[in-house]
Write a protein that binds this ligand. Structure first.
Ligand SMILES: Nc1nc2c(c(=O)[nH]1)N[C@@H](CN(C=O)c1ccc(C(=O)N[C@@H](CCC(=O)O)C(=O)O)cc1)CN2
Length: 293
């Protein structure tokens, strides 16, 4: 068996196109474009790339994107003051503070300062709570992107056994919640899970978000399983410098039914869903019905 390769890049491009259509309709109706403010503290090279991609994607969708680049030595007070300014700015529908932040800044305090109704990353505890109780709110972009890919591949997920490997607030926990909402039977596995291979082998759906290169081996998988690899790990070995996921891709290809590649799988969905969340925020702030995307 050779698994179907899930083309996240193509799916994300289609989603971005639908968002652009939604933005055009929003502009027509309100006379203004949705606004997204992105804040970057410091000069982490990967974050710098992601922020540039977000800026380009925002403009390509017809939104107004503003970038706020602060020095790595910026104090927490200065960052909180900027967040307060953006909360009060009527032209800003969505606010995103790029993570990770430098070590001297308390990320939780910064996220807590963002207006939950502008929290298009879905990281604020209010939005985490809304997701937990099934209320309308903003869902973190990466797990929502994974759920959209899974529905595209499998259709109805009801009754399927899913394992999420990783329990972060940003990916693992919201991912588990989204799978529960879609009637999956969900196991969250983590560093203390006993016999992870046996847990993974029971699953129809495997979401790997553990941050360890190629940790999930092909022979752990149930034949035909759908594998979503959230990991983006930079490695250097005999094959040179490259990006690998949390799943041993070549091994998994021979066993899985479908799998996301790294790069080109989950990553591009993160930015497409961010644009989608921003369009939803703009509609909510303008008192319009939620767009159907
Ligand atoms: N405030 C946030 N910070 C971070 C988030 C987030 O959703 N909100 N997620 C990640 C970084 N990220 C977006 O911010 C992101 C990561 C990866 C990709 C992507 O498309 N990756 C490519 C490969 C990229 C490469 O070559 O490095 C892929 O997988 O194909 C997009 C966005 C952490 N911080």
């Amino acid at each position: 068996m050779t698994a179907r390769i899930i083309d996240g890049k193509a799916f994300a491009a289609t989603l971005r196109g639908r968002v652009a259509e939604g933005v055009a309709a929003f502009r027509e109706e309100t006379g203004r474009a949705p606004g997204l403010a992105v804040v970057l503290v410091g000069a982490d090279p990967a974050s710098d790339v992601y922020v540039r991609w977000k800026g380009k994607a925002t403009l390509a969708a017809g939104m107004v994107g503003t970038e706020h680049r602060l020095l790595a030595e910026t104090t927490q007070e200065a960052l909180l003051a900027l967040v307060a300014e953006l909360n009060a700015d009527a032209a800003v529908d969505g606010i995103l503070v790029q993570l990770p932040l430098p070590g001297h800044i308390d990320s939780a305090a910064v996220i807590a300062a963002i207006d939950p109704d502008k929290d298009v990353d879905g990281f604020h505890v209010v939005n985490a709570g809304r997701l937990a109780v099934g209320a309308d709110g903003y869902v973190p972009c990466t797990p929502l992107g994974c759920a959209l890919l899974l529905e595209d591949v499998l259709g109805d997920l009801s009754g399927l056994d899913a394992v999420v490997i990783g329990r972060s607030n940003i990916v693992g926990k919201p991912m588990a919640q989204l799978l529960i909402d879609r009637n999956c039977t969900v196991t969250i596995a983590h560093s203390r899970t006993r016999d992870l291979a046996a847990v993974v082998r029971r699953a129809d759906i495997v979401v790997a978000a553990v941050g360890r290169p190629e940790m999930i081996r092909g022979d752990w998988l149930k034949p035909g399983a759908t594998v979503i690899d959230v990991g983006i790990n930079r490695v250097e070995d005999a094959a040179g410098r490259r990006l690998v996921g949390d799943v041993a891709y070549d091994e998994a290809l021979a066993v899985a039914g479908a799998i996301t590649p790294v790069p080109g799988g989950v990553g591009p969905m993160t930015i497409a869903v961010l644009l989608r969340n921003t369009l939803v925020a703009a509609h909510a702030r303008a008192g319009l019905a939620k767009p159907a995307i």
